[in-house]
Ligand binder design. Structure first.
Ligand code: PA5
Length: 417
């Protein structure tokens, strides 16, 4: 279960929230009804479309075959084609599963050589994920890795290549011509909304993540968001809070937590909101805060600097890990920690940060019962739906990304495409 907590209770703030919330009710109803205008981008709204039982069973079987034969699995993809999977894998990868290696997200020869070095002596499988297969980074990495696999495995290389692309794409043609395994990239879902499809789920399954539970979490979140009226609907409330902060002049949202396992999930969230909302000279700039470390750096600006940031914390309720501080007989003035569990120390640091920061800025917390596959599924659906609502309130199209084309024009011209 997810719960949205608002830490600010000033009368004026609550009054403005109530006004904004009642003005925007139609946004929730329209979104739930489905909009013709966005029909070609909303295949994610119903999890049954791309993450149904047949799809999950097929992915579980394929992943189990890969796990039996691979020491390492290379995920080639960038942006929406790798962020969701990497976010979950970095947090929850199971012991004894293939090492997941990332490619197709950089053009740095140093990084690419380093990636190739990691493959030495291992049994390798590759999954190239690209929606239209024109993106430079995955296209270039796939070339290098195909050559590498051919040199190592000869004609058997094709048995180790899976490509996830849209039906009719040049990537599908490569699969047909060369005998690679082809998986469908949903044509009616943009990259950053594809966590619950072949795109996100195959790499997660290879890493031993329980994708069935993840899909279940998303499905139950969808049910909740479709059933609950505006005042109790956490996605609608979060979207309203964001828009209220924006109206009040806050231009940056920091997603922060005291759990380092969220490090790569932040990247998924940053892409979702930046690419969906940042357009037409509007939008809240999304950033991430890795606490407690960054309380010792950006913490100063947050508490004392120009007031443009508001914060959304991620907090896990379940007490999952323990490590107790024992005295060692030396005088270091840390005896106030004797016998305390780092779990509790970390919690106190979180609570203290909220107490301090809420005096300066709006602070929200998305609380989850546990850090597991089910709750990642819940978060994917929650944030995607809330982002869509938030974009609608702001008056921007949540599903296009015209701004990312500008640099590509110059780059392709320079490279002679
Ligand atoms: O969300 C999006 O649509 C983008 O961020 C894409 O995922 C990203 O640009 C990668 O595109 P592609 O899968 O076509 O290589």
């Amino acid at each position: 279960m997810l719960n949205l907590i608002v830490h600010n209770h000033e009368e004026e703030w609550e009054k403005e929230y109530r006004e904004l919330s009642s003005q925007n009710r139609k946004v929730l109803e329209t979104a739930k009804a489905g909009e013709k205008e966005y029909a070609d981008s909303q295949g994610w709204l119903d999890t049954e479309e791309w993450a149904n039982e047949t799809a999950v069973r097929h992915l579980e079987k394929l992943a189990s075959e890969i796990r039996q034969n691979a020491d390492a699995f290379v995920l080639i993809g960038v942006g929406g084609s790798n962020n969701a999977a990497r976010g979950v894998i970095k947090a929850l990868q199971q012991a004894g599963t293939p090492e997941i290696i990332y490619a197709g997200n950089t053009l740095s020869p140093h990084a690419l050589n380093h990636m190739l070095k990691k493959l030495e002596g291992k049994s390798i499988y590759v999954n190239c994920i690209a929606k239209n297969f024109e993106t430079l980074e995955p296209g270039a990495s796939f070339r290098i890795l195909r050559k590498y696999l051919k040199e190592r495995y000869g004609n058997k290389a094709s048995e180790r290549i899976i490509a996830t692309g849209t039906t009719g794409s040049s990537l599908e043609k490569l699969c047909v011509d060369n005998g690679y395994t082809f998986l469908e990239f949903p044509d009616n879902v943009g990259g950053r909304y594809t966590a619950l499809s072949n795109v996100g789920l195959l790499p997660m399954a290879v890493a031993g993540i329980d994708i069935r539970m993840l899909v279940q979490g998303a499905k139950e979140m969808r049910k909740e968001l479709y059933e609950k009226a505006a005042e109790d609907n956490i996605a609608y409330r979060y979207a309203c809070m964001r828009n209220l902060c924006y109206k009040q002049g806050y231009r940056i949202e920091m997603l922060a937590s005291f759990e380092p396992r969220f490090r790569y999930f932040y990247k998924w969230w940053i892409q979702l909101f930046a690419e969906s909302e940042g357009k037409d000279n509007k939008g809240i700039f999304p950033v991430a805060g890795e606490y407690s470390e960054e309380l010792h750096s950006v913490g100063q600006f947050l508490q004392d600097g120009f007031p443009i940031v508001f914060e959304t914390f991620l907090d896990v309720k379940e007490h999952q890990d323990s490590l107790f501080v024992e005295p060692d007989g030396l005088t270091d003035y840390f005896d106030y920690l004797n016998g305390k569990d780092f779990w509790c120390i970390n919690k106190k640091a979180y609570e203290a940060t909220v107490m301090a920061h809420k005096e300066k800025m709006p602070c929200l917390t998305l609380e989850m019962d546990a850090l597991d596959a089910y709750h990642f599924g819940q978060m994917f659906y929650f944030f995607q739906f809330a982002c869509y609502l938030s974009c609608k309130m702001m008056g921007v199209n949540a599903f296009d990304q015209p701004g990312v084309e500008a640099y590509k024009k110059w780059m392709f011209e320079a490279l002679g495409k």
